[in-house]
Design a protein around this ligand. Structure first.
Ligand SMILES: Cc1ncc(COP(=O)(O)O)c(C=O)c1O
Length: 435
């Protein structure tokens, strides 16, 4: 039964890294630095106005995206995913019998790349393309951006190289849009990156540089390679504001979906969102956007594998200096390849310190359990990282109950990748899950 796998999950409220985290036991860490949203946003080094700018830029680029990728999105050129209800039976399993509405924000089926990382990666490439095109006067007042798929723009972009370090999904997102626009793309990949993800990149003309080391080393490799050449742009997963705000615009899409679904939310009846966390950019950006729109009517919970809780250890240790999961005796070895990150982004950690409600850690076994369950019972094709939200809902709710706090009006689990997994790869995951 799924129940038993959570029975021993401990909740923590203090400002130190809990012992359970050090010994890889699933934990929920409630953030003692949480502030009322208004105060947290006012004092933040990141600005709410940048969320709106990002949404505007996505709109400007929609005609280009629909020209480059005619199949993108039901609404032309919009990279967004549906908000799906879960059956009441499945919801009860997720919440362990608490009568909560559970919905899925289905970024595992995001158009183009089937992963949340497209929201940031595609966005940052578009910003760079826009800068170059404005400088060369290819676009300007009265000229629509779909012109950027024409030969003049392509030959301009072909003189430039995009570089990025990735465990797979960010590289794929940058590769897809970069190559479609005519850029050269170089992706530095960690040893956790799956072979098929590297192959997929090579097939679309991306140069893959392999590192026999973790994600932080791969990012450093891309940074170093960029520093030695001109005509290039390094997409810095650890420090990029552009990636962050590309993700943040998702909050506006979710806000209209919540409204359309008739879900009532308010400060007295907040909803909770469960976001898989690697280096932090994707969950951080989305959470920042949600807090900007909903304030204290939303609770954001980040979810990490027990072996790689980089954001938890960073926030619990304080944001004055960067720490890594290795400092706490953990090995960063997890089947959740997208979340296998030893050190959190300090940009995101600083921005999120007063905004994130809790960070939960989950075991690899629980990821496989939920991949299997969601496939069998809801037909969803998720990669292990993307199923982590489901593994954290019950323990978060129990933690709230233990504090005597009111439970959220609804729980939204963000599924962050998987629909484009090759059949063989998905079969391997299901086999490991015991199917
Ligand atoms: C499927 C999936 N989910 C979540 C994440 C987490 O995103 P971030 O590393 O920006 O925290 C990643 C990162 O690659 C991912 O691949």
């Amino acid at each position: 039964m799924p129940h038993s796998r959570y029975q021993n999950v401990k909740e923590f409220h203090g400002g130190e890294v809990p012992d359970q985290v050090r010994v890889s036991e699933p934990t929920v860490w409630f953030n003692p630095h949480l502030l009322p949203a208004l105060r947290a946003l006012e004092g933040n080094e990141l600005q709410v106005s940048e969320v709106m700018e990002a949404a505007d830029r996505w709109r400007r680029f929609a005609p280009l995206l629909s020209r480059l990728f005619p199949d993108v999105g039901e609404v032309e050129g919009r990279i967004d995913s549906p908000l799906l209800p879960l059956s009441s039976e499945l919801s009860m399993r997720v919440t362990e019998n608490l009568p909560q509405t559970v919905l899925v924000k289905a970024d595992h089926a995001l158009p183009l790349t089937g992963t949340i990382k497209a929201r940031g990666g595609v966005y940052e490439v578009l910003v760079y393309a826009e800068e170059l095109a404005l400088r060369e006067r290819i676009v300007g007042p009265g000229i629509g951006y779909s012109i950027l798929a024409d030969e003049a723009a392509r030959s301009l972009f072909a003189q430039h190289t995009l570089l990025v370090g990735s465990t797979g999904n960010l590289g794929f997102s940058v590769g897809m849009i970069g190559r479609a626009l005519g850029f050269n793309v170089e992706v530095h990949m960690s040893s956790d990156a799956k072979e098929w993800k590297k192959e997929r990149l090579r097939r679309i003309g991306v140069q893959v540089v392999e590192h026999e080391a973790d994600y932080s080393v791969a990012v450093a490799g891309a940074r170093h390679s960029a520093s030695k050449r001109g005509f290039c742009h390094f997409i810095d997963d650890e420090n990029s504001r552009l990636l962050f705000f590309g993700y943040s615009a998702a909050a506006l899409d979710l806000a209209s979906q919540i409204k359309n679904a008739g879900i009532e939310v308010s400060e007295r009846s907040p909803f909770a969102v469960f976001l898989p966390c690697g280096v932090g950019g994707a969950p951080g950006g989305v959470a920042f956007g949600l807090k900007a729109i909903f304030g204290d009517a939303v609770q954001c919970v980040f979810v990490e594998p027990v072996a790689s809780p980089c954001m938890l250890v960073q926030l619990a240790s304080g944001i004055e200096r960067s720490v890594s999961v290795y400092d706490f005796g953990l090995d960063n070895k997890t089947a959740a390849d997208g979340l296998a990150v030893p050190q959190a982004s300090m940009l995101v950690a600083r921005a999120m310190q007063p905004l994130v409600h809790a960070v939960a850690t989950v075991s690899d076994d629980s990821l496989f359990f939920w991949v299997k369950t969601l496939f069998e019972e809801a037909g969803m094709k998720l990669e292990p990282s993307a199923a982590s939200g489901f593994a954290s809902v019950a323990s978060y709710l129990r933690g709230l109950k233990a504090q005597g706090a009111q439970l959220p009006s609804a729980c939204i689990v963000w599924t962050t990748g998987g629909s484009l997994l090759p059949v063989k790869e998905f079969e391997k995951i299901l086999a490991r899950a015991g199917m």
